[in-house]
Design a protein. Structure first.
Length: 215
């Protein structure tokens, strides 16, 4: 089983705060994510800024796109994104359209799993060529007290068995990672625990240490 990668989700409102975080974190993480919040606040130009600064890093644009797959994918892939996200309730046509643009740029599309989705839909995602999903405990669910549990682990395991590369996110801290032990996670994605840490680079090293300990 390969070691999970570490991804920082930049969910800041302002570009200087995002760049302060990447200065501390780019060398410590495997993937830079332009978080949904930053996409809303600043637009796709931040993808181009990060690509210019970090030409070799995987950059994810977390659009959680729901429609206009061709157009929104073109916006972020033409600015240098490696991956983008589409929300799981989007029409298959949107997923296919975004994926076609992604492939044109040698990139990929990840399906963001929020709210209600089914394994029947997941079979269809595989059929249309999607291989990456993000298993998500939403921020609002976290605030409402939802904890990681066996039901999450069973779904993540099943998605991996179906052939998906599964990334995991949602209010993660290094001590949370142990419960995912034994599951082939592609990336652990952390936002606040990294960019809001007093020492973000040390926080990233703590995540990496947990990954190395359990995988
Ligand atoms: C919210 C997101 C976040 O980027 C993701 O959950 C990681 O952030 P945090 O670790 O702060 O929860 O996609 O919709």
């Amino acid at each position: 089983m390969s070691k999970p990668m570490l991804q920082v989700a930049l969910d800041t409102l302002e570009i200087p705060a995002a760049l302060k975080a990447t200065r501390a974190l780019a060398a410590e993480v495997d993937v830079l994510e332009v978080g949904t919040i930053l996409c809303y606040a600043q637009g796709a130009k931040i993808v181009a800024i990060l690509r210019a600064l970090y030409p070799d890093q995987i950059i994810l644009a977390d659009l959680k796109a729901a429609d206009a797959g061709t157009t929104v994918a073109e916006i972020v892939f033409s600015q240098g994104a490696t991956w983008m996200t589409v929300i799981c309730c989007a029409p298959y046509a949107t997923m296919e359209a975004a994926l076609a643009v992604a492939k044109k740029y040698q990139g990929d599309v990840q399906i963001e799993l929020y709210g209600d989705w089914t394994f029947e839909q997941a079979e269809k995602w595989l059929e249309i060529g999607l291989t990456q999903v993000i298993y998500h405990r939403g921020r609002d669910a976290e605030f409402a007290g939802q904890k990681w549990g066996e039901a999450d682990l069973a779904k993540i395991r099943k998605l991996a068995e179906m052939g998906f590369e599964v990334s995991v996110t949602g209010g993660l801290n290094p001590q949370d990672l142990e419960i995912f032990k034994g599951i082939p996670v592609k990336c652990f994605i952390a936002g606040r625990a990294l960019y809001q840490a007093d020492d973000p680079a040390q926080a990233a090293r703590d995540f990496k240490q947990a990954i190395n300990q359990h995988w």
